[in-house]
Ligand binder design. Sequence first.
Ligand SMILES: [Zn+2]
Length: 381
Amino acid sequence: MLRRNLVELTVRPGPPARPCCIAAEIDGTEYGVGAPWTFISGEIKPGEQLMTGPASAKVGAMAERDGDGWIRCDQGHRHWGRFGAAGLLAYVPAEDGPADDGEAAVLLQRRGWWVHHPGTWGPPGGAMDSHESAVAAALREAAEECGLPPDEVSVGGVLRDDHGGWAYQTVIAAAGSRLPVRSDSAETSDVGWFSAAEIGRLALHPGFAGQWPLLRTALVPLTVIVDVANVMGSRADGWWRDRAGAAVRLHGELAALAERGVPALPASVPAPALERWFPAFVLVLEGAARAALGDLPAQPAASAGLPLAGMQPAGPPETGPPGPGRIRAVAAAGSGDDLIADLAARLPGSRLVVTADRELRDRCMAAGASVAGPSWLLGLL
Ligand SMILES: [Zn+2]
């Protein structure tokens, strides 16, 4: 669904007189290229009637589309999006190992021939509105342009390409499978899922081409596994008087962190620097802290796929978009260390275990996980 308040229309059959990024609603019908255009150039106010052409044109310019428009960045380029732009790089993770083995697949769209950089491939995306986050804008654009359901991907991170005065933010999000997609807008001429190897043969949008070598190394879901007893024990906040209460407090702080994202990962994690990562968090409770389970909020469905042997999940799964803010607490039926080591070995994607326990660190690293000390995590709260 496109509603632009900058219009260029022409009654002449054939291509528009010059490149544009437009669509208009005429008598309730949305027109893209190929429609009987009336040439008008300029800004149309919401609800304004245009009496030219085959029908009166009512351009449904919406207040929430206040980001539409051209802007020149500090580097002298001309960009679409007065408040910057965002795109969604949806991917299906590789079955095993890192994405650069060529098995991950990403969703790309081919831009229509009349838009900026016509015919090139890149992630679906567009102008951000003044009130909109990059994540919200990217999910909206992918739904509008490719029919991608926002609640079927998990946002994992944001890469910011800052030109000074204008930035493009790529929102990286994992999908469980190659979801059915279609080119749903006049700006999109084709859409599909491509393996990393296939992407090398496509004509890419120059902005995306510049970012792709880094982006392709970020196509791995990340889970942070928290040794709650060890992290609680490393700060003197009275946790020993009420272990369950301290666990609930830590859960609340980590839920807020999961929501706002992590600005930098420890050097031990083999992942590129993004502006922000949105890992999933799994909190492992043991001993007296297990009593915290009854006091925690419902769990996001996104982490419902955890292996359940040897642990008790807290609360019923919560439905809703598995975007930023994925956090889940589990209680170890037996040894907390055994459960943490098991999760470190079995969870898909990249795993980061937060503990200072030397023996547990060794077990987790042997299982292929990265480790970080509690100070890294506490420093983010
Ligand atoms: Zn620029």
